[in-house]
Design a protein around this ligand. Structure first.
Ligand code: NDP
Length: 285
């Protein structure tokens, strides 16, 4: 069995990111927009700032109190959106109940929407237009498959999970690469059979170690997107790694798998957004 580590994929991407950065006249800057102080948001924020600055990008946090009104939040959000010194925006969601998620999604400038939440970028992903920003996690899964030289054309791929953030856009990216895609969810009848028939399985469920031996095809590729805490308080994926290690042909670990690559994709997207802004500014001259 081969273990496909996120760090190896990021190592390969670093060269590409360094060259793209060198071609820019500005330092790409990401705005991380956070409302409240959820522990998982804070943990992600710390990791993202560290990794992005390690890659030569800037990240600034715009934090607001959990009880901020929708009006005040949207006003602040528009200022960030309109600031030419900010190239990419990452909004932690879900937002508190008093703020309409849809209003934020509608407001974000598609050119700064580096995590692909706006309808414009979603449509591009669905249309197979590479000019759009796909959600970073879905793009990270594709980067891992490419690094692992996993053939997708004509292959049976099962995606477990159909969220707008991970499962659905991933299914679209896989279709764009000519895979035969099955998407499973909480109402899927006979999930083990739908998973076992897959040559490539992507687990995007959010349930600790839910997928075990009975879900894995011998020699199959297993990409574990889940980030969960198990009964002992340790970080784990959606796949029971120890149980399937002997069966899978290639597997991504948690931690140390998709999560690390997601931040590198975020960096790639912010660099692309900065390059787009730089080209746009040139056109205006
Ligand atoms: P959501 O909760 O939005 O979606 C979970 C999906 O799993 C839903 O489509 C749901 O089905 C499906 N599901 C839930 N229970 C079952 C079940 N018993 N059988 C089959 N399908 C089921 O989660 P996200 O998509 O946001 O995230 C998924 C996982 O990925 C989480 O662990 C999250 O932490 C992780 N994640 C990792 C990232 C990374 O960088 N590595 C980034 C983002 C997320 P239904 O639609 O029917 O409810």
């Amino acid at each position: 069995m081969t273990v496909l580590k996120g760090a190896d994929v990021v190592g390969q991407m670093k060269e590409e990111l360094t060259a793209a950065l060198a071609a820019l006249r500005v330092t790409p800057r990401l705005a991380i927009v956070r409302v409240g102080e959820r522990a998982d948001d804070l943990a992600y924020e710390r990791g993202a700032i560290k990794r992005l600055s390690g890659l030569g990008l800037q990240a600034s946090v715009f934090a607001y109190p959990a009880d901020i009104s929708q009006e005040d939040f949207l006003a602040a959000f528009r200022r960030i959106n309109d600031d030419p010194a900010i190239h990419g925006i990452l909004v932690f969601r879900p937002l508190p109940g008093q703020i309409d998620d849809g209003a934020v999604i509608a407001a974000i400038a598609p050119g700064k929407d580096v995590d692909g939440i706006s309808p414009v970028n979603m449509a591009k992903v669905y249309a197979g237009d590479p000019a759009g920003f796909a959600p970073c996690t879905a793009a990270a899964v594709m980067a891992m498959l490419d690094y692992g030289k996993v053939e997708l054309k004509g292959r049976r791929v099962t995606v477990v999970g159909r969220s707008l953030v991970v499962g659905k856009p991933l299914a679209m990216l896989l279709l764009g690469r000519h895979a035969t895609v099955t998407v499973c969810h909480s109402r899927t009848a006979d999930l083990p059979a739908a998973c076992r028939q897959a040559e490539v399985l992507a687990a995007c469920v959010g349930k600790a170690k839910m997928l075990g031996k009975e879900h894995i095809a011998p020699g199959g590729t297993v990409i574990d997107v889940g980030i969960n805490v198990d009964a002992d308080g340790s970080l784990c994926g959606d796949v029971d790694y120890a149980a399937v290690a002997d069966i899978a042909g290639l597997i991504t670990p948690v931690p140390g798998g998709v999560g690390a690559v997601t931040t590198a994709i975020l960096a790639r997207h912010v660099i692309r957004a900065a390059a787009g802004a730089q080209a746009g500014a040139q056109d205006l001259r």
